[in-house]
Design a protein around this ligand. Structure first.
Ligand code: ATP
Ligand code: MG
Length: 178
């Protein structure tokens, strides 16, 4: 019981959650077998840390605080949607894309260094809207997402508690940018 599932992410303003929810609302009923992410769970993952001992949280606290305080808030705008894997008939993940500051990639490298979690794929920030689970689902929608701008002024260390009904994300620590 002293292990936790952690990830680092940006939280989203309410207006952004509402925009995404509005854009996908017509499809929620059309695709009832898809695992739709509830709007309160929308986020931008920075680093998925995974299962670690509880004391890990304290071990990364000071480096995270230092990195965050030496960074500026990041600007984003919503930028369409897509599926992963790309150009396949069936999707695993349905996401909303983002335009973002290039400095975010340096910041992300700093987070990989602090957490010791290095991903081989290039970092592509996105907001997951749905997961197909084990089913083969072909998404044939045309959601219109307005290119709303927003800013992220802090990062959040979340604990993820996986449940059959869906995950619960509990914010453990917040680090202000700048
Ligand atoms: P569920 O796994 O029940 O579908 P979830 O994916 O939302 O729920 P977690 O698996 O705890 O919950 O993931 C938390 C965040 O980290 C999500 O943004 C998820 O996409 C991301 N994530 C999870 N596993 C990985 C992984 N192996 N690599 C990269 N990101 C991951
Ligand atoms: Mg998952």
């Amino acid at each position: 019981m002293d292990r936790m599932r952690l990830f680092l992410a940006f939280d989203l303003p309410e207006s952004i959650r509402e925009e995404i929810h509005r854009a996908f609302a017509p499809y929620v009923e059309r695709y009832p077998f898809v695992k739709w992410v509830p709007p309160e769970n929308y986020h931008i993952t920075l680093v998925f840390i995974g299962e670690v001992p509880a004391h890990y949280v304290n071990s990364i606290n000071e480096p995270l605080r230092a990195l965050a305080s030496s960074s500026r808030p990041f600007q984003f705008s919503l930028h369409g949607w897509g599926t992963f894997p790309p150009k396949r008939p069936y999707f695993n993940v349905l996401w909303v894309g983002l335009n973002f500051d290039r400095e975010l990639l340096d910041f992300h490298r700093g987070l990989m260094r602090i957490t010791g979690i290095y991903e081989s794929r290039p970092y592509t920030p996105h907001i997951t809207v749905a997961r197909s689970g084990r089913r083969k689902v072909r998404f044939e929608g045309n959601p219109r997402i307005r290119p709303l701008k927003f800013s992220a002024g802090e990062i959040v260390l979340f604990r993820s508690i996986l449940r059959r009904e869906g995950p619960e994300y509990v914010p453990l620590r917040k680090y202000k940018l700048g």
